[in-house]
Design a protein around this ligand. Structure first.
Ligand SMILES: [Zn+2]
Length: 82
């Protein structure tokens, strides 16, 4: 089992992977329609929207929660490097 490098979601079967391709390191939610991985900004926007929807936070609070989650994920390491 792998975890998505961009959102941390566990990927248990092919349907969880981008393009149903188990050799990918990111999940279907972190892929664009063409199968490439979302950019930092795109991932941040979709994670922020997800947090607003699931936790009912205001935009600013949801965005900072999204950033603190992304900080722990390997895909965005370079975005947080100083
Ligand atoms: Zn993902």
């Amino acid at each position: 089992m792998k975890n998505c490098i961009a959102c941390g979601m566990p990927m248990n079967n092919a349907a969880d992977f981008a393009m149903n391709d188990e050799s990918k390191d990111y999940c279907i939610y972190c892929a664009r329609e063409d199968g490439t991985m979302k950019s930092f900004e795109e991932a941040k926007a979709s994670m922020t929207g997800f947090i607003i929807k699931t936790q009912g936070l205001a935009h600013e609070a949801a965005e900072s929660a999204a950033l603190s989650m992304m900080k722990k994920l390997p895909a965005w390491e370079s975005n947080f490097a100083e």
